[in-house]
Design a protein around this ligand. Structure first.
Ligand SMILES: [Fe+2]
Ligand SMILES: [Fe+2]
Length: 163
């Protein structure tokens, strides 16, 4: 019998970071829609990447994915998507296209982890592995110390995301 799908305490900080990541995607899309200069959007996206995403990818790859193992197809997909997203963030040409792709692919990656990969990990992880993960990763820093809130004249709730 599979264990019931309920976000274990150990995975909750990563899931909260996923929520912040989905908000980043929404902010990028909102900025593009409202014709905010791509450079302004990219500055925020780069800041978010440095402050939050690199550490998030790192903890997933070092602490979480090994629970399934490097040979697991879902893990391989997730790692491939990490490299692809990093590559997009490093691009400096064609900003509107790059930003659109970042928003699209990061959103897709997060939903894949939440709906598929994390559930799989919860099924196979031992209590000891989950306890260890919980110890390592408890802190979720606030994601929004950024002054240039170019997305603000539209509320996130309007897009089906919790504010
Ligand atoms: Fe990831
Ligand atoms: Fe993630």
């Amino acid at each position: 019998m599979p264990k019931p799908i309920k976000r274990q305490a150990a995975l909750r900080p990563l899931s909260r970071e996923h929520h912040h990541g989905l908000l980043l995607c929404w902010k990028i899309k909102t900025g593009l829609k409202n014709q905010v200069e791509p450079e302004r959007i990219k500055r925020y996206a780069d800041w978010f990447f440095e402050q939050h995403l690199t550490a998030h990818f790192d903890i997933e790859e070092r602490q979480l994915f090994p629970i399934l193992g490097a040979g697991n197809a879902l893990v391989q997909q997730a790692v491939f998507e990490h490299r692809r997203i990093e590559e997009l963030f490093r691009s400096t040409t064609d900003l509107p296209v790059i930003l659109e792709l970042i928003a699209l692919e990061l959103d897709h990656h997060i939903r894949f982890e939440e709906r598929v990969l994390f559930n799989e990990i919860q099924q196979v992880a031992s209590d000891e592995q989950l306890r260890l993960l919980e110890e390592i990763h408890r802190e979720v820093p606030d994601s929004d110390h950024w002054n240039d809130k170019f997305w603000e004249h539209a509320a996130p709730g309007a897009n089906g995301l919790d504010a």
